[in-house]
Design a protein around this ligand. Structure first.
Ligand code: ATP
Length: 316
């Protein structure tokens, strides 16, 4: 089972394009990057679980119900004090911008909310940066990751939300660097990569098994042990790119699972190309649906070349 750790929340997505100041109505969607990845994995046929925290409120009930409907196993605590996280999302040219609300349940995760036995027996553990922005979730997540390092492959989506770190950018960069040292698989956007480099953080200084750099309509680049490939994007008309990065992440991890490449074997260029094609395909298809839970189900992609060729590696 692949286990994601982190925020599950309500995305209130503006129903019309434009500045939040002028938007009149919002549609309620389930979201939160690690939850999106957990749902994407489940839709792609991989046994998947989420470790998180929601409030003891109707939004928490809604999210737990939706995760259950999606077949994601939930290790999601209920917070008697804090409400479920919410985000307002504004679409400008199908690109999302966010206002994330503070003081919510997922930032209140403590050591007791991390199920050690589930995490230690996972096929892979996936996490992002949002929980690092506040205590106690920050210390609890770092402690869990340190315990898991070397026992379970760790996957990290850098996913920078500067809004959460205003005036504390140095602290944010320090936490990202600590997380990069723990990660085996890393995914980040090209803008995030440029930002890290401008601030003296270079990926060559770390020891990753796999790095994926996403470039929106420019596709993605995959790097592993000296190999580097660029994989072009699929040509689609995006309706809503919210969660495209998470769809890409889920498909990359599912691709590793289906090609039996999660262990220690070397990832060759042809492996990287197959993984990148599958991840780009799933991410492109996700942009044609609204909301962040927009990964197509495995039965709708099982016959596609990009999925079938993932299995070639295990047969060689
Ligand atoms: P997020 O906005 O979810 O944080 P991100 O910035 O990490 O995502 P992007 O680079 O925007 O992610 O997109 C991830 C992947 O989705 C790309 O690598 C690409 O494969 C696919 N994708 C995104 N936008 C488009 C597009 N306009 N056309 C085709 N594919 C796209």
């Amino acid at each position: 089972m692949m286990v994601s750790i982190g925020e599950v929340l309500i995305d209130f997505i503006a129903v019309e394009e434009g500045n939040l100041k002028n938007v009149k109505a919002f549609e309620k969607h389930p979201g939160g990057a690690p939850a999106n990845v957990a749902v994407g994995l489940s839709r792609l046929g991989v046994d998947s679980a989420l470790v998180s925290k929601v409030g003891d409120d109707p939004f928490g009930d809604f999210l737990l119900e939706r995760l259950h409907d999606e077949g994601v196993k939930t290790f999601v605590a209920r917070d008697p004090e804090r409400h479920t996280g919410i985000v307002f999302v504004q679409l400008i040219g199908a690109r999302p911008e966010f206002i994330l609300y503070d003081g919510v349940a997922y930032f209140n995760m403590g050591g007791e909310d991390f199920p050690d036995d589930v995490l230690e027996s996972a096929e892979l553990v996936h996490f992002g940066s949002v929980l690092f922005a506040r205590e106690p979730s920050r210390s609890a997540l770092f402690e869990a990751l340190r315990d898991l390092k070397g026992k379970v492959p760790l996957s990290y989506d850098v996913n920078i939300r500067p809004d959460l770190w205003r005036g504390r950018e140095d602290e944010m960069l320090g936490d990202i660097e600590r997380a990069l040292k723990l990660a085996d698989i890393v995914k980040l956007g090209d803008g995030e990569l440029a930002y890290l480099e401008e601030n003296g953080i270079n990926l060559e200084d770390f020891d990753f098994r796999l790095v994926a750099i996403t470039k929106g309509a420019g596709g993605s680049e995959l790097l592993s042990c000296g190999s580097r490939v660029h994989v072009p994007a699929y040509d689609v008309e995006p309706l809503d790119t919210t969660g495209a990065g998470d769809a890409f992440m889920a498909a990359l991890l599912a691709g590793l699972h289906y090609s039996n490449l999660l262990g220690n074997g070397v990832l060759r260029e042809d492996d990287l190309e197959r993984l990148g094609r599958f991840a780009n395909l799933i991410a492109a298809l996700s942009t044609t649906q609204r909301g962040a839970w927009s990964v197509p189900k495995i039965e709708n992609v099982a016959l596609m070349r990009e999925f079938r060729e993932l299995h070639q590696r295990s047969r060689r």
